[in-house]
Design a protein around this ligand. Structure first.
Ligand code: GRG
Length: 299
C-alpha cells in the first residue's frame, strides 16, 4: 500500500474513533451540540491524533483503550482553538475546513460557546481513559497524559502563544518572539500529541523529553508551511481563505525571510526532527514518513 493509501485509511479510522465520542444532538442545548459536531466533523487533516497514535505504536504501545479517548480529546481541543481563532475578535475568518466557519453558521455567541464546550468536553472525554484503566500502571499513564494535555493546551502552551500573537498583530516582531509564538501556539499541541502517545506507551521522562524536541521541530516546520500556504494556496485547496496573515498584519516567516528561505527552514527542521526520531528507533516507520510528508503538504 502506498503512503497516500495508508494515510487515507488511517485518517478514516481516526475519524471513526473521534465520532464515537461526539454528543447526540438533542435536548434544550441542542444548538451547541450541533455547532460542536459541525466544526469537528468538517474534516481536518487529523494530524494530531495521527501523530499521537503513531508515536504510541513506535514506542511499542499496543492496547489502545487509553489512547483512543485522548486522540478524540486532543482533536476537540484543536478544533476549539480553530473555532475561537476564527471569531471576529480574533482572525475574523469566514471559511475553515472547506465550509463556513462555526460563528458564521451559528452566530458569534454560539461560536464562543461551541469552542468553550469543545474544550470542556475534551476533558470529559479524556476522563474516559481513567474509566478504561484496569490497573495502577494504566492509571499512572493516563494521569501523565492528562497533565501533558492540560499544560500544553493552556497558558504555558497554546493559549500562551495565542496571547502574544494577538497582542503583536500589526506590530513588527523579532525572530525570537516569532519562534516563541510558533512554539507555543502551534508547537504545543503537536508536542501534546506525541508526548501523550509516548506517555501512554510507558515512555520514561528521558524519552518524553526527546519526543518533546522532535515534536517542537515538527510543529515549527508545520507552522512555517502554514505561513507559506497562506500566500501560495487557494480557498479550494486549503479550505480556508488565503492571505489571512496579510489581512491581520501578521509577521510570519514569509514576511521576514520570503517563501524560498521559509521553505528551506521547513525542510531543515523536518529533517532534524526525523534524525532525532531515528535515535528513538523511528527509522522507516509510518511516523517518520508522516513527518516528512508535511514538508510538501498541499493543505
Ligand atoms: C482562548 C479565546 C481563545 C482562543 C484560543 C488558542 C487559540 C484560540 C488558537 C490557537 C492558535 C491557532 C489557531 C494556531 C494555528 C495552528 C494551526 C496551523 C492550525 C491549523 O491546523 P491544521 O492545518 O488544521 O492541522 P486542520 O483543519 O487540518 O485540522
Amino acid at each position: 500500500m502506498s503512503f497516500e493509501e495508508q494515510m487515507q485509511q488511517k485518517v478514516h479510522e481516526v475519524e471513526l474513533k473521534i465520532q464515537a465520542f461526539l454528543p447526540a444532538e438533542e435536548g434544550f442545548q441542542k444548538t451547541v451540540f450541533e455547532a460542536m459536531n459541525y466544526s469537528v466533523l468538517a474534516g481536518g487533516k487529523r494530524l494530531r491524533p495521527l501523530l499521537m497514535a503513531e508515536t504510541f505504536k513506535m514506542l511499542g504501545g499496543t492496547d489502545e483503550k487509553l489512547l483512543i479517548p485522548f486522540m478524540a480529546a486532543l482533536e476537540m481541543i484543536h478544533t476549539y482553538s480553530l473555532v475561537h481563532d476564527d471569531l471576529p475578535a480574533m482572525d475574523n475568518d469566514e471559511y475553515r475546513r472547506g465550509r463556513k466557519t462555526t460563528w458564521m453558521t451559528f452566530g458569534e455567541d454560539m461560536g464562543i460557546l461551541a469552542g468553550d464546550a469543545l474544550l470542556n468536553f475534551a476533558f470529559e472525554t479524556a476522563g474516559k481513559a481513567f474509566d478504561a484503566a484496569e490497573n495502577e500502571e494504566e492509571l499512572r499513564r493516563a494521569a501523565k497524559a492528562l497533565s501533558i494535555l492540560s499544560k500544553k493546551a493552556g497558558v504555558y502552551g497554546m493559549i500562551g502563544g495565542q496571547v502574544v500573537d494577538v497582542q503583536l498583530s500589526g506590530k513588527p516582531i523579532e525572530k525570537d518572539v516569532l519562534d516563541f509564538i510558533y512554539a507555543m501556539k502551534t508547537g504545543a499541541l503537536i508536542e501534546a500529541a506525541m508526548m501523550i502517545g509516548g506517555a501512554l506507551a510507558g515512555a520514561d521522562a528521558q524519552v518524553l523529553q526527546k519526543i518533546e524536541s522532535i515534536a517542537l521541530k515538527t510543529g515549527l516546520a508545520f507552522q512555517i508551511e502554514d505561513d507559506i500556504l497562506d500566500v501560495t494556496s487557494t480557498l479550494e485547496v486549503l479550505g480556508k481563505l488565503t492571505h489571512s496573515d496579510e489581512k491581520n498584519e501578521k509577521t510570519t516567516y514569509v514576511t521576514l525571510y520570503g517563501i524560498e528561505k521559509a521553505q528551506e527552514e521547513v525542510k531543515q527542521l523536518s529533517h532534524e526532527a526525523v534524525s532525532l526520531l531515528d535515535e528513538l528507533g523511528g527509522r522507516d516507520t509510518f511516523l517518520e514518513a508522516l513527518i516528512l510528508s508535511l514538508i510538501h503538504r498541499k493543505k
